[in-house]
Design a protein around this ligand. Structure first.
Ligand code: GDP
Ligand code: GDP
Length: 438
């Protein structure tokens, strides 16, 4: 299921970062860190009541002269309009309504995206009044008083945001065609891959109607199956600031990955694997998506019989948090292994939705426990009673144990390997949840 995306937009110093950090903070979010990958605070996975959403921070604005602020705010608003399902527009009650707020509000209103207006720095909920109501003049709905710093009014704010979720989700949920996101750094060959696939499969580009976002969706029919490819390359930003471009590229990746079943992480063979590749792959990994690593430009490098092996090892090393990833060595230029790419995508799709019978899972677990004792602490040993698969995409297993405190990631890894030995599950992460049973 694709999670809704919520973006925060507002002038410098109104409290965007404070709000982002509070919403992304430990109170309501599940932040999963991927070892070896540096995380920018550009996006965060949040949970409000029983709803999950991805929060994005559209960016820092340099508070220079006012005309620069306005143009940067427009850029920020454009990114939010292009990528988010709901936009939180934040203003500052202490500064009151300023001209830049009105101009950006006009832009947001025209986009027809759901906008929630947060009036920040209302530090006392006893005595606010006209200073908050003044923001009705923006014409984007009811102002919601909040204090990000004192964590006031956030529940009402999130309730208002969540009201807009259901509507935006249905459209894609009825569509059961596999959705494939092509992600990667600039210039690795994402557009070339899409063009090569289009050429080979002789299908007219049809940017699918009804998609409100900035990712370019392309329908491709391959051997009778319709696929929707989500291309993150299509639109390029004009921004000259390197950090801004990078931020935009990460936001685009997160929002595309969110909507995808399988993510093709494209790596440039000429350049070799980099930290930035790991960061991008980490986004798909954390979201439990099916993953194919496509090493592109394979035509351009000199090879002998060891080259594939060496490349695989090097990439596996850098992407060590996802040992399950599938590899394919391609060339968008010559069309090398494009059929294989579809085969691997299909295999990964199947693995994402594979269900294993409870009986067989328990046989594997019993055997694994007999071969290697579970960990113990202070004389108390972990007991594993029962395992069952509770979900797919990604395959998720619940293990009933005597004491959750005794579980250890290395033993979970061991069990995971045993399950993989039996069923492969290539290209998909597996999720394990422990529950106590006395
Ligand atoms: P940004 O530039 O929009 O990201 O704004 P920041 O989050 O960096 O906040 C700007 C300043 O406003 C900081 O000094 C914050 O401590 C302060 N601030 C943020 N939220 C509140 C609030 O609810 N009340 C008050 N009084 N100050 C706040
Ligand atoms: P994107 O930014 O990821 O969409 O990358 P592009 O598709 O625009 O490709 C960037 C550059 O790499 C272009 O000059 C392409 O011609 C070149 N390129 C893409 N795929 C291949 C390939 O398989 N082999 C070679 N030699 N060049 C490629």
């Amino acid at each position: 299921m694709s999670k809704p995306v919520v973006a925060i937009v507002g002038r410098p110093n109104v409290g965007k970062s404070t709000l982002f950090n509070v919403l992304a903070g430990d109170t309501i979010s599940i932040v999963k860190d991927t070892p070896g990958v540096t995380r920018d605070r550009i996006y965060a996975d949040c949970t409000w009541l029983d709803m999950n959403f991805t929060l994005i921070d559209t960016g820092g604005i340099e508070p220079d002269s006012s005309d620069i602020i306005l143009s940067q705010m427009r850029e920020q608003a454009e990114i939010a309009i292009a990528t988010a399902d709901v936009i939180i527009f934040i203003v500052d009650v202490r500064q009151g309504l300023v001209d830049a707020d009105s101009k950006v509000a006009d832009m947001l209103r025209k986009s027809k995206k759901p906008i929630v207006l947060a009036v920040n720095k209302v530090d006392s909920f006893q005595k606010f009044g006209n200073d908050v109501y003044e923001f009705y003049n923006l014409g984007i709905g009811d102002p919601i008083p909040v204090s990000a710093a004192s964590r006031l009014g956030l529940g009402d704010l999130l309730d208002e945001v969540a009201k807009h979720f259901d509507l935006s989700e249905t459209e894609e949920e009825e569509d059961d065609r596999p959705r494939i996101a092509i992600v990667g750094k600039p210039n690795v060959g994402k557009s070339s891959i899409i063009n090569q696939l289009l050429g080979e499969n002789r299908v007219i580009v049809s940017n699918i109607a009804g998609t409100t976002r900035d990712a370019v969706d392309t329908e491709i029919v391959h051997e009778g199956t319709e696929y929707v490819f989500i291309d993150t390359a299509g639109l390029r930003r004009k921004s000259k600031i390197k950090e801004e471009l990078e931020r935009y590229s990460i936001i685009r990746t997160v929002t595309a990955v969110e909507r995808a079943d399988v993510v093709v992480v494209v790596i440039d063979a000429e350049e070799g694997v980099t930290e930035q590749d790991a960061k991008i792959a980490g986004i798909a990994h954390e979201r439990g998506k099916g993953i194919v690593v496509a090493v592109n430009k394979w035509d351009a490098i000199e090879k002998n019989d060891k080259t594939i092996y060496e490349y695989t090892n090097k990439i596996k090393n850098t992407l060590s948090f996802m040992p399950y990833a599938e590899f394919v060595f391609i060339s968008a230029k010559t069309g090398l292994r494009m059929n294989k790419l579809f085969e691997v995508i299909d295999m990964v799709r199947e693995n994402q939705t594979l269900r294993i019978a409870t009986g067989i899972l328990n046989e594997i677990m019993t055997e694994a426990v007999a071969l290697q004792q579970p960990p113990s602490d202070k004389g108390k040993r972990l007991r594993l009673y029962y395992i069952t698969q509770v979900a797919v995409k990604p395959p998720t297993f619940v293990i009933f144990v005597n004491d959750k405190e005794l579980t250890h990631f290395s033993y979970t890894r061991y069990l995971e390997n045993k399950i993989r030995e039996a069923f492969g599950f290539r290209g998909t992460s597996l999720k394990f949840i422990y529950r106590e049973r006395s």
